[in-house]
Design a protein. Structure first.
Lengths: 273, 206
């Protein structure tokens, strides 16, 4: 039953996203000016007014709720405890990561994920300690949005999803799929501990936020347009995940590995001059 | 004795520095440049961090010694560099540098315990004058941070034109943000210049 309500929630989210895509809140398309048009396409954010609205909502929620909780979490718990919480969360998430490693055809990474699970579940005492990292099996994340990206699925327009934060249709769809393939989605309700799914979701959010307290404050303080900076950071982080962290392109070195995401116009310095 | 020690240092350098030859002249070895940025240059600015003006002055020197600020200014303005007037370009370059110095001076002055490890150097791609230095920044008890440095050979030495930390490019981030600010100011570069000036004044006062 819990699984059903979860599914329904996500189904509703999908409908909401579809409605957002089709409905109001569209930015005006600049016409005539080629520079403005190029900038508009590069931002790939046709729903910007609506996205900015939800960004403000999420920002307020963060200030009121998530940031204070994450702050307490960061201050109250000793670092090793925080690390152990993250290690357990990562260990529990192994099936989703492994499935996506395999979907991506990356047997190397699937092997690493498997070894990490075996080592950390045993020598790492049920995932509390990340022994595998010390033995050369470093952690990596994998998700279905990334899988789609590796198969060349475009990200689509930028989306700021209420509560969940920055995303796009590709990654939002990935989130739904990851939820479906996660055994815990079915196991927890079967044992009448469906609430554990929410505990895990909350802990994952708090842990992530706690690790970025200083960074996000700094980004906010140092940006002229916080919304635009977060949008850019989100895209770059996702593209980095899709490229498995290969350094790829730099704006300063255009055209190094092509431009699969269509993010920038790929102009060279001589063209700019 | 001295020779033996030098040889030992050379061997250690080869072992520790991976593919970076220890004998190379720092000016034309991108790996050595990044290594020296991580050790010597940071130590230099950390010695003298008594006040904010001092920290900023030190960081500005480091920035100008290691980074190609003029090129970076062009890259971040991108298509708007073409439509900007000469005075606007000059003003932007000046303010942008000030903006970067304000953003990072304090942080770099407080760095401690981090070590730069140069892992790999790729030279001559995609352009003969280009080089990419892959490094990791490591600190005890933290997961290592990936830093990829993009350098271009200028007249006599390599200068950094971009850095990607965990896949996030400094140039790309500024570029997207500045394009947005210009868009929201009717496509005028003057709007960005005004916004930078305001931000700098606001931070300078705080």
């Amino acid at each position: 039953m819990h699984s059903q309500s979860m599914t329904r929630r996500i189904g509703l989210l999908g409908i909401g996203v579809a409605m957002m895509l089709g409905a109001a809140g569209c930015a005006t398309v600049p016409e005539g000016d080629p520079e403005a048009m190029a900038a508009y396409q590069e931002a790939n954010d046709p729903l910007e007014p609506m996205n900015r609205y939800f960004f403000e909502v999420n920002y307020a929620l963060d200030e009121l709720l998530l940031k204070p909780i994450a702050g307490w979490y960061y201050v109250a718990l000793p670092n090793p405890v925080q690390d152990s919480i993250r290690n357990v969360l990562r260990n529990i998430a192994t099936p989703v990561v492994l499935a996506n490693d395999l979907f991506q055809g990356s047997f190397d990474r699937a092997g690493t994920t498997t070894m990490r699970f075996l080592i950390n579940s045993t020598a790492g005492v049920a995932g509390l300690f990340d022994v595998a990292s010390l033995w050369g099996y470093a952690y990596h994340d994998s998700d279905f949005g990334q899988t789609l990206g590796r198969y060349g699925v475009a990200e689509g327009p930028y989306l700021m999803i209420p509560v969940l934060g920055p995303s796009n249709p590709r990654d939002a769809a990935g989130l739904v799929v990851d939820n479906y393939i996660d055994p815990l989605t079915y196991i927890a309700p079967a044992y009448h501990v469906g609430y554990l799914l929410y505990v895990r979701a909350a802990l994952t959010g708090i842990d992530l936020r706690a690790r970025n307290l200083k960074t996000l404050d700094e980004v906010h303080r140092n940006s002229l347009d916080y919304y635009a900076t977060i949008r850019s950071l989100y895209r770059q982080v996702r593209n980095d995940a899709i490229n498995y962290g290969a350094p790829g392109d730099s704006q300063a070195f255009p055209g190094l590995v092509g431009n699969p995401d269509g993010l920038d116009s790929g102009r060279t310095l001589s063209e700019v001059n | 004795m001295l020779v033996r020690r030098a040889l030992l240092a050379l061997m250690l350098g080869c072992l520790v520095g991976g593919t970076v030859p220890a004998v190379a002249n720092a000016a034309d070895d991108p790996g050595a440049i990044i290594a020296s940025l991580g050790s010597k240059a940071l130590a230099e600015i950390q010695k003298n961090n008594a006040s904010r003006p001092l920290m900023e002055a030190n960081f500005r020197t480091l920035l100008e010694n290691y980074f190609d600020v003029a090129s970076i200014s062009k890259f971040v303005l991108a298509r708007y560099w073409r439509v900007a007037t000469e005075p606007e370009r000059a003003e932007f370059t000046k303010l942008f540098e000030q903006f970067v110095v304000q953003s990072y001076a304090a942080r770099f002055a407080q760095y401690s315990g981090e070590t730069f490890k140069v892992n790999n150097v790729v030279k001559g791609q995609p352009d003969p004058n280009d080089a990419i230095v892959h490094s990791t920044i490591e600190a005890a008890g933290e997961e290592p941070v990936r830093a990829d440095w993009f350098l271009k050979q200028a007249a006599d030495r390599y200068l950094i034109v971009d850095v990607k930390i965990e896949g996030v490019s400094m140039v790309q981030t500024y570029r997207s943000e500045f394009a947005e600010v210009i868009q929201n100011n009717g496509g005028k570069v003057a709007g960005l210049i005004e916004a930078l000036r305001k931000k700098i004044a606001q931070r300078g006062a705080s």
